[in-house]
Ligand binder design. Structure first.
Ligand code: ADP
Length: 546
């Protein structure tokens, strides 16, 4: 209508442009693959991003082309995020922990034209190169002095940038143009690509800056342990520059002592990652008898944050934001920061509230439905399959008609594959992934609940609950656990410890001790592989009768 607001496209380049001018003192500090720590401001990043964009254009990269990255969290990876998308190409982040077969599949499926890789990943590419597109250009993300020998022709990142103009006028195009691509790790079948648009990415950045506001703030340092190769490091590379926060990039050393050192040195205020990395950091905090200087906020997501972990952080004055989301949701869907009125609750009740997956962020609608698709009430009791809708939720999968056809329900909501309840305060509780629920005698047992309860036993470092076949009950729960020390609790002790929170028939029938649990490419326990490992395992009752 005449006389209305202007339409300015929501482009990723506008975030960089804004940070360079409005937050010129903030920037990025990175632990580099070269072994040192590198620091620069957003304006300095912007100059190099302009150089990269010119270099990409010189290579013939144009609107819609896919350019892949295989890299740790570092400033060059950040430059690629903005340089590639700034000229309208698509930044395809590849998870280096994928199997060779999956890697070959996604690079060919995406038809990547250029692949940027850290020196660390040369062997991965060398091993699969003959199966990748023949006309691919490889660029190693380092300077000439650190260029490794490669069994394939490769360019040097710093040489690519050298001599290019340090300024650029970012092109304007439709905000619905794709800017990023990330494949889900695909526990079954081939990985599926979530294609993010400029619009969805900018809106998601606004959303998390508003909803996870405890973490953000001008001048604060935020550390993404969550990789830039997995769902845009939960949006941090976009949201941090937007609010004038600095990013601290940990590179490849993600063990407790390395993280502690970096966080201490760089005065990291907020750190984001999956529960497994926090186990390492907490062990180091315990060993040193103190937390890293200035560390006050942690965002935990990707899989359920154990209650005991939340309690430990909160007790030492580190506020926990427990977040839930998916690759297909850019990824943040809900966050567990408490509403103001809950701050008056007793500590224990606050921990209970923070153990839930939290309230939805603006721009994400949630519904739970029963098997017939009937919407269930948000009364905290009803449990159903979780569906979502939103500005930053996929409407299908990249070049995958079959998977796209199954992604949405008749009303256009995306099926998450999670089973959940929602309480009257709007708190989501993820009971389980539908495929991980344990079915015993026609009733369901939440593996997440069992794991959470068992992990509060000091003798258990980590564990996974799975269903094993049982002739009478269909499945029965058993716990696969990693011991925290030499004193392993007995099955009876485990059952007794968790009994107050469960019906008797829900308690595990066995504890299987293992050295470690198999992990997925995204740092979660791989129940698929665990089930494979236990293929010959027999329920105790079957062993007795055999
Ligand atoms: P992949 O497992 O393939 O890497 P995602 O990273 O997108 O895929 O995983 C999304 C899934 O992870 C969700 O559907 C949910 O099952 C699980 N998840 C993520 N965050 C949480 C959380 N806070 N609590 C419980 N489950 C979670």
């Amino acid at each position: 209508m005449e006389g209305m607001m202007m339409h300015r496209p929501l482009l990723v380049s506008t975030i960089l442009d804004y940070a360079m001018k409005a937050h010129r003192k903030a920037g990025i500090t990175s632990a580099r693959t070269e072994g040192d720590v590198h620091s620069y401001s957003y304006p300095e990043a912007g100059a190099r991003i302009a150089q990269l964009a010119h270099a990409l254009q010189g290579m013939g990269i144009t609107l819609g082309d896919r350019v892949a990255t295989l890299a740790w969290n570092g400033y060059r990876h950040f430059e690629l995020y903005y340089g590639i998308s700034g000229i309208g190409a698509v930044c395809h982040t590849i998870n280096p922990r994928l199997s060779a077969e999956q890697l070959i599949y996604i690079v060919n499926h995406a038809e990547d034209r250029v692949l940027f890789l850290d020196t660390t990943f040369v062997p991965i590419i060398a091993a699969v190169k003959e199966h990748l597109p023949e006309d691919m250009t490889y660029v190693i993300m380092t300077d000439r002095a650190h260029m490794p020998d490669t069994p394939f022709p490769a360019l040097c990142y710093e040489e690519l940038l050298d001599g290019q103009p340090t300024e650029i006028t970012w092109p304007e195009f439709d905000e619905n143009t794709a800017c990023g691509l990330c494949y889900t790790s695909g526990t079954t079948g081939n990985p599926k690509g979530a294609l993010y648009s400029h619009r969805s990415t900018v809106l998601h950045a606004f959303t998390i800056a508003i909803s996870l506001r405890h973490s953000f703030g001008e001048g604060r340092a935020i550390l993404p342990v969550v990789p830039l190769f997995h769902v845009n490091a939960w949006g941090l590379p976009y949201a941090a520059p937007l609010v004038g926060a600095s990013l601290v990039m940990p590179g490849q050393a993600l063990d407790g002592p390395s993280l502690f050192r970096l966080m201490d040195q760089e005065e990291v205020y907020s750190a984001w990652g999956v529960p497994t990395v926090w186990m390492g950091l907490l062990a180091e905090i315990k060993a040193q008898g103190r937390k890293p200087a200035n560390f006050e906020d942690v965002v935990i997501g990707g899989s359920a944050a154990p209650r005991s972990m939340i309690e430990t952080f909160e007790t030492m004055g580190v506020s926990v934001g427990h977040a839930w989301g998916m690759t297909e949701m850019s990824p943040v869907g809900t966050h567990g920061c408490l509403p103001q009125w809950m701050n008056d609750l007793p500590f224990d009740e606050q921990i209970t509230a923070k153990s839930k997956q939290g309230r939805r962020v603006y721009g994400v609608d949630l519904k739970i439905v029963d098997e017939d698709g009937t919407v269930l009430p948000n009364d905290g009791e009803a449990i159903g399959e979780l569906y979502v809708r939103g500005n930053a939720v996929v409407s299908g999968y990249f070049r995958n008609e079959e998977a796209s056809a199954k992604a949405l329900d008749a009303e256009g909501w995306f099926g998450t594959g999670d089973v959940a309840s929602i309480d009257p305060d709007g708190f989501l509780v993820i009971q389980d992934r539908a495929k991980d629920l344990i079915k015993s005698g026609g009733e369901w047992i939440s593996s997440i609940d069992l794991e959470n309860a068992a992990m509060s036993l000091p003798g258990i470092a980590t564990c996974a609950a799975i269903g094993v076949p049982h002739p009478r009950w269909d499945e029965r729960p058993v716990l696969v656990a990693v011991a925290a020390g030499d004193d392993r609790p007995t099955l009876d002790e485990v059952r007794e410890h968790i009994a107050p929170h469960f019906a008797k028939w829900q308690l595990p029938d066995d504890v299987i001790w293992v050295e470690s649990l198999p992990m997925t490419a995204t740092g979660k326990v791989s129940k698929l592989n665990l089930r494979k490992q236990l293929a010959d395992y027999q329920h105790p009752e079957l062993r007795e009768t055999a």
